[in-house]
Design a protein around this ligand. Structure first.
Ligand code: ZN
Length: 387
């Protein structure tokens, strides 16, 4: 059964909108999500693979051919040695860096670019600190669309190379991550017919692709009974998408876990943690400091209120970690488990170590942590991690 009907609405105030390009609700400023009139009764479709196994749960017409590079179905591995060191016994890593462009962003890029093809877009305009730009550049190339990626001037060279090699144009912007988003939105507004603003932190189709993370966990024999999910959060596309996935499974009457959804930010930029600590429902303005965790340096997340809502509803915690903790976790997981990850991903492991120390995560509870990006993405930071 195909999803018969869906529409866009603001997650915060419910205002409906026509355009998926809007970075913010005209009424309240929060980002939009997709709501469905009906949900499927089964999770996976037969004779499909990757995230497209769940295509009945996606806002893509049944007759549309997906733009796919084989994204999804990433491995789930148990971490015994590192987990033992922090006093836990049932920790699983979901190796999102096994995606076609080396990060979890492929899930969102596949759905978003398929939507762009469906809607007749010709030029995809994105702002990214690296991984989403690389993913969108790759899927745009696959679809035969033009792609322009606006990136902070401090983006690691390997990530920008990955964007350019797929034929996308890179525009580097001085200033912080928000300045980059503003520049991309201005370019999309002043552009031509067929330009599509794809800002992945606010785009509802991108977040839809992330639901597959929750669906894949639900189908896993051991990790499917997950008590806790711990994620690094900047814009929160994976965090919000996974929560939508868990929520829709329960809404459809399917057996699905209701994990506590914890999030981790770098102490250098922690708007969500600050709001959580003060029991506020929207993130306060913050001034980010430099950090090795470039993927989560989002001072003003477009889904800030949604992230805080999910935190509250799932009884999750929000923790901030220092640069030293991120480097220590990156080194420890690589040495004890053979998994090399970029610093942004290591922030989640540093956060889990904190949650274990505080008792928020019990020794026998099942925890899943996504390894969101490959260590090959930011080799300078990986080599700096070695003593
Ligand atoms: Zn609104």
């Amino acid at each position: 059964m195909a999803a018969a009907e869906w529409w866009l609405e603001c997650d915060s105030c419910g205002r409906q909108t026509e355009s998926s390009e809007l970075a913010a609700c005209a009424n309240c400023g929060e980002a939009t999500v997709i709501r469905y009139a009906a949900l499927p009764q089964t999770l996976a479709s037969p004779n499909t693979s990757g995230i497209w196994r769940y295509r009945d749960w996606l806002p893509i017409a049944a007759q549309t051919a997906p733009i796919s590079l084989g994204e999804g179905e990433t491995p789930i591995v148990r971490l015994d040695r590192w987990a033992g060191q922090i006093g836990l016994r049932r920790v699983y890593a979901k190796l999102e860096f096994a995606g076609p462009t080396g990060s979890f962003k492929d899930r969102g890029a596949a759905v978003l670019v398929t939507h762009c093809v469906e809607s007749g877009a010709r030029v995809i305009i994105e702002d990214s600190s690296g991984n989403a730009g690389a993913a969108l550049a790759a899927y745009a190339a696959r679809a035969g669309l033009e792609c322009k990626v606006f990136a902070p001037a401090a983006t690691p060279a390997a990530k920008l190379h990955q964007v350019r090699v797929c034929g996308a144009t890179v525009v580097t912007v001085a200033g912080d991550r928000e300045d980059v988003a503003i520049a991309a939105q201005a370019a999309a507004r002043s552009g031509h017919r067929g330009d599509y603003y794809a800002g992945h932190n606010s785009n509802p189709y991108f977040v839809e692709g992330m639901k597959s993370f929750a669906f894949e966990l639900a189908e896993h024999r051991e990790a499917g009974v997950v008590d806790h999910v711990v994620m690094p959060v900047g814009g929160g596309s994976l965090y919000c998408g996974a929560a939508l996935g868990f929520g829709q499974m329960r809404q459809a009457g399917l057996r699905a876990a209701h994990p506590r959804m914890h999030l981790v930010q770098a102490a250098a930029c922690m708007p969500i943690v600050a709001a959580f600590d003060r029991h506020e429902d929207r993130p306060p303005p913050v001034q980010p400091s430099p950090s090795i965790a470039g993927g989560i340096l989002i001072a003003n997340p477009p889904r800030g209120r949604m992230i805080l809502r999910i935190l509250g509803e799932s009884d999750g915690s929000a923790v901030a970690v220092t640069e030293e903790e991120i480097l220590a976790a990156q080194t420890a997981v690589a040495r004890l488990e053979g998994i090399s990850m970029e610093p942004t991903s290591a922030a989640a492991f540093a956060g889990l170590a904190r949650l274990a120390r505080s008792g928020a995560v019990g020794p026998d509870e099942v925890v899943v942590v996504p390894v969101t990006g490959s260590g090959l993405k930011d080799q300078m930071a990986v080599s700096n991690a070695r003593p």
